[in-house]
Design a binder for this molecule. Structure first.
Ligand code: 5GP
Length: 197
């Protein structure tokens, strides 16, 4: 059995990473989505343990002390982190893992797992991103502006990523991400290891 790979999707808030992740998971039940921990309060419809593990700041700090995170970072005033426990297990079971995390976290994972595949998801334009963030209606105007500013600052880092996908339509972006995942399993090291068994 092949070992699974970890894929990170990263990109500005509001670009639609959650929607893309939901579609990828619906299409491929073997894909493992890593549920992050956060100190951000749940949005309407978000379920504890499904969308995030919603923690208090004290609980989050305790998880840090207990070294439970593969990576963790702050984003616009809240803490976010990837629990390390399940990521390795899932890959050992041959499952690909999907992380939806911001850029500092992606850097930390890259340092710990050099063969992680990082996909940057960009909006078709900044105007469209602002429209999506505003129409989502989950953040007040000040938070929308902070999230937009952060997105504009961070896009320079996309140059170091392995892939760049533009989320113009969900169908198109999902198709490209699936193609990337398939191509990453055609790398010679993986294929040769399968032949050598
Ligand atoms: P939101 O509050 O909109 O759900 O997420 C805000 C940002 O935090 C998004 O860019 C999302 O990708 C990122 N994020 C979600 N989970 C994690 C995590 O576990 N670690 C890091 N570093 N970022 C995360």
């Amino acid at each position: 059995m092949r070992r699974g790979k970890t894929f990170i999707i990263c990109g500005p808030s509001g670009v639609g990473k959650g929607t893309l992740a939901a579609r990828l998971l619906a299409d491929d039940p073997a894909l493992y989505f890593s549920v992050s921990a956060t100190t951000r309060p749940p949005r309407p419809g978000e379920v504890d343990g499904v969308h995030y593990h919603f923690l208090s700041v004290e609980q989050f700090e305790k998880w840090i002390e207990e070294d439970q995170f593969l990576e963790h970072a702050q984003f616009v005033g809240n803490h976010y982190g990837t629990p390390r426990l399940y990521v390795d297990d899932a890959m050992d079971q041959g499952r690909d893992v999907l992380l939806d995390i911001e850029i500092q976290g992606a850097d930390q994972v890259k340092r710990k797992m050099p063969d992680v595949v990082r996909i940057y998801v960009a909006p078709p334009s900044w105007e469209e991103l602002e429209r999506r963030l505003t129409s989502r209606g989950t953040e007040d105007m000040e938070k929308v502006q902070s999230r937009l500013a952060r997105g504009r600052e961070e896009i320079a880092a996309a140059r170091d990523f392995d892939y760049f996908v533009i989320n113009d339509t969900v169908d198109h972006a999902v198709e490209e991400i699936r193609a990337i995942m398939a191509a990453e399993h055609c790398r010679p090291d993986e294929r040769l290891a399968l032949l050598d068994r």
